[in-house]
Design a protein around this ligand. Structure first.
Ligand code: LLP
Length: 405
């Protein structure tokens, strides 16, 4: 697509998130296509980018939603996701969240501990409902990704061991208020190697076979999210390689395959636009100070993640510079040693691959307003979230200002 970056920056201001909805369409279609011939449901992981318009765009194509808070469930419902395509995961659900999920009658509550199962049973009993549940199994497989986004080892807080899962299924089967219909695993994010996924899939498929043998009929087999994307030049997993591996490992099981991709769907649909404020030199170190910061895009600071940064329409000899924001932290950078031409006030920088875990991890640190968000679709652009104002930020405090204790 021929995008006039400067015109967009001019129209909406910076810092700004822009998402190419046509790219999201293509990603969704490619994955759906790769599942063809099998019963499947793609539950978009809302945490990656929870803008209502993004969710609605995916919902229109038939996607479900993978949610980790009741807030995300509400977003999915508001965006038009069918309730029976919504699943609710997460290691720590509160009673009110469990109650709301049961009242919304979503597809599945995904359980991560025995204690949680008992809690869900109690809430379901109070409501006189039967909770459809799935259990997250921790297959103890090293996903070979960044330790902060690795989740499938026993040392991580997620899921339960195989033996415990089995005991939980047997308990749930006997309970009047629990209906164990699903199984789930998710070993980590930004996975670029298929082997750990395949291995986990095999372990969990074996468990399903043994459950079916004792008359516990698992209908939904959820392989989690985690498909890696290209940020730099890494080689990653294609949708067909992915589904072929899943088909191979679940062969003979009569199940609906669920998956929960977040990053795969939106990371490379998004870019973060920021303008140069100043250049400065501290000794031999060159800094480019921008109007975006770690509060807008925390991945570089938090995970040392790489995002390609490009200066739009500027020529000249490129030299390395740290691209830093105005936040009062040395960790506030979007790129280190980035090769950039000489830059002037108001030059536009584009930070690529920012569609996943960008805006959703943004904060108001330093009382910085959250960026606006814009969708590009069919050659047109439209605002999908207004830029936050100072008033938006202090709204919940003003009523209490200058009140006596
Ligand atoms: N399902 C579960 C249970 C998850 O925990 C996650 C991500 C997903 C699905 C979606 O994973 P994806 O397809 O996006 O890899 N903030 C980090 C990523 C944290 C991922 C947390 N869980 C980052 O910026 O890299």
């Amino acid at each position: 697509m021929n995008i006039d970056y400067k015109a967009l920056a001019q129209k909406y201001g910076t810092p700004l998130y822009i998402y190419d909805f046509d790219y999201i369409t293509n990603r969704y279609m490619a994955l759906k296509e790769a599942f063809s011939g099998h019963k499947s449901l793609i539950n978009y992981a809302v945490k990656a980018n929870s803008n209502l318009s993004v969710i609605a765009h995916l919902a229109k194509m038939g996607a479900g939603a993978d949610c980790v808070s009741i807030g995300e469930v509400r977003r999915a419902l508001d965006a038009g996701v069918d309730r029976y395509k919504i699943i609710f995961s997460g290691v720590g659900k509160r009673d009110d969240e469990i109650r709301a999920a049961l009242e919304y009658d979503i597809l599945l509550l995904n359980l991560e501990s025995e204690a949680e199962m008992k809690r869900v049973e109690m809430v379901a009993r109070e409501l006189g409902k039967e909770a459809r549940i799935s259990i997250r199994v921790n297959p103890n497989i090293d996903p070979q990704t960044h330790p902060y986004i690795s989740t499938g080892l026993h040392e991580n807080k997620f899921g339960v061991e195989i033996d415990m899962a089995k005991r939980m299924y047997i308990y749930a089967k006997k309970s009047q208020y629990l209906n164990p219909v699903g199984i789930h695993f998710h070993i980590g994010s930004q996975l670029t190697n298929l082997d750990p996924i395949k291995e986990s899939c095999g372990i969990v498929a074996d468990l399903v076979r043994s459950l079916k043998a004792i008359d516990i009929d698992i209908k939904f087999f959820d392989v989690g999210g985690g498909i890696g994307v290209v940020y730099d030049n890494e080689k990653t997993i294609s949708p067909t390689e992915y589904t072929q591996a899943v088909f191979e490992m679940t062969k003979g099981l009569d199940v609906t395959l669920l998956c929960e991709p977040g990053r795969y769907m939106v990371a490379n649909a998004g870019a973060f636009f920021t303008k140069v404020l100043y250049e400065k030199q501290n000794g031999s170190k060159r800094f480019v100070v921008i109007d975006g910061a770690m509060n807008d895009l925390i991945r570089p600071s938090l995970y040392n993640a790489y995002h390609r940064i490009e200066a739009v329409g500027v020529t000249g000899e490129k030299t390395p510079a740290d691209v830093v924001g105005p936040v009062c932290e040395s960790g506030d950078f979007l790129g280190k040693n980035v090769l950039l031409p000489p830059l002037r006030h108001d030059d536009l920088l584009i930070v690529h691959s920012a569609g996943a875990y960008g805006f959703t991890m943004a904060s108001n640190y330093n009382t910085r307003p959250k960026s606006a968000e814009v969708a590009l679709e069919g050659g047109k652009d439209r605002l999908i979230r207004a830029r936050e104002t100072y008033e938006d930020q202090v709204r919940l405090e003003l009523a209490y200002l200058h009140q006596d204790a």
